[in-house]
Ligand binder design. Structure first.
Ligand SMILES: [Zn+2]
Length: 351
């Protein structure tokens, strides 16, 4: 017999919302900083990741990109990140947001960044059976024209593993404003890329950002989206369009100051019938892992075993991989669910 915490940790999982640099371990971050002579404010991981709010975090997030320079750095982060997520929470499939614009500032080209990441993730797929895709993300601090240039690079250097476009960070005014990048999104869609965007995340964000991402950008799924529960009409729109939401429970305790309990916005999204899936967002910075998002995040929201299994399956539905890969993942997940259900103590299903 296993406890509910073990059950949640062992449940097979997808992760659709994680930023590549954030899958690095703090030890590797410190090691790579030393390798490249990047001076960190402290080499104590406990102090390195002390943030008061989202904007502080975003400064540190950009800093982490500084230590990734050689192909070997990208490959190591890619491979090691998969190995730890398998150990921490039975990860079976993952999609990564990669921001080539951060690296362009340091002289690395689009392919200098994308190709070693693909090489590291492909090696991890062979060793651990964890499938992957890459979503190129617009840095919202950049202007709309450079976002279009970024999509032109995706088109010029096609890679079968690169399947989508997203947007993250905040604008120079610290807003979301997803509609600013409408031209880049239209170009990406025209060339067959699937679309997502970070919207409706913080208290300053509006539910309308969620509507714009769905109706004007044509997003296939969304990241965060928490403000949606303030507008029933947009909840109805998202349900009708089958939009999946890649929610990140533990990062919200820092970025939004929300307590994880049964009144949490993610819990309310689940209750509203939205197709929520769960990810770490920025594991290194928020000291989380994909296992903890379930064992701490979802459990403290009162999510039951049935709901947790549905959340895991929602991740397959919203993934940007092809139908055959989704079918294989669903079969693998359902077989694992049967074994885990049989092992779970009946009275422990939501404790
Ligand atoms: Zn994110």
């Amino acid at each position: 017999m296993i406890s509910y915490v073990d059950y949640l940790r062992l449940l097979p999982k997808t992760e659709l919302h994680c930023h590549f640099a954030s899958t690095m371990s703090s030890e590797l971050f410190i090691e790579l900083a030393a390798k490249h002579g990047v001076e960190l404010p402290t080499t104590d991981p406990d102090e390195l990741f002390d943030f008061a709010h989202l904007v502080d975090f975003l400064v540190a997030f950009r800093f982490a990109h500084d230590v990734l320079r050689d192909p070997d750095d990208f490959e190591r982060v890619a491979y090691d990140g998969v190995a730890s997520a398998v150990a921490d929470g039975n990860l079976r499939y993952r999609e990564y947001y990669v921001n080539p614009q951060y690296f362009a500032e340091r002289g690395l080209s689009y392919t200098d960044v994308i190709d070693p990441i693909i090489a590291g993730l492909a090696r991890a797929e062979e060793d651990f059976g964890v499938g992957f895709r890459i979503v190129v993300a617009i840095n919202r601090r950049a202007d709309a024209a450079s976002a279009v240039d970024l999509v032109r690079e995706m088109i010029a250097y096609p890679r079968p593993e690169v399947v989508g476009l997203g947007q993250d960070d905040l604008t120079p005014e610290n807003t979301e404003d997803p509609g600013r990048f409408i031209e880049a999104y239209a170009l990406a869609r025209e060339h067959g890329f699937l679309l997502t965007a970070h919207v409706g995340e913080t208290d300053d964000a509006t539910p309308d950002a969620v509507r714009i991402a769905i109706e004007e950008l044509g997003c296939d799924r969304l990241d965060h989206g928490y403000r949606i529960v303030d507008d029933p009409a947009i909840v109805a729109l998202a349900r009708e369009r089958g939009i999946g939401f890649a929610a990140t429970p533990l990062s919200t305790t820092i970025c939004s100051g929300w307590t994880i309990d049964d009144g949490h916005r993610i819990r309310r999204m689940i209750d509203a019938g939205l197709a929520v899936n769960v990810s770490t967002d920025d594991a290194m910075f928020f000291r989380t892992d994909i296992g903890r998002e379930y064992t701490e995040g979802l459990r403290l929201m009162g999510v039951t075993a049935e709901e947790a299994k549905q959340i895991a399956l929602n991740g397959i539905d919203a993934a940007f991989c092809d139908g055959a890969q989704k079918a294989r993942l669903r079969a693998e997940f359902r077989a694992a669910f049967l074994a885990l259900d049989a092992a779970l103590e009946p009275e422990r299903q939501s404790v």
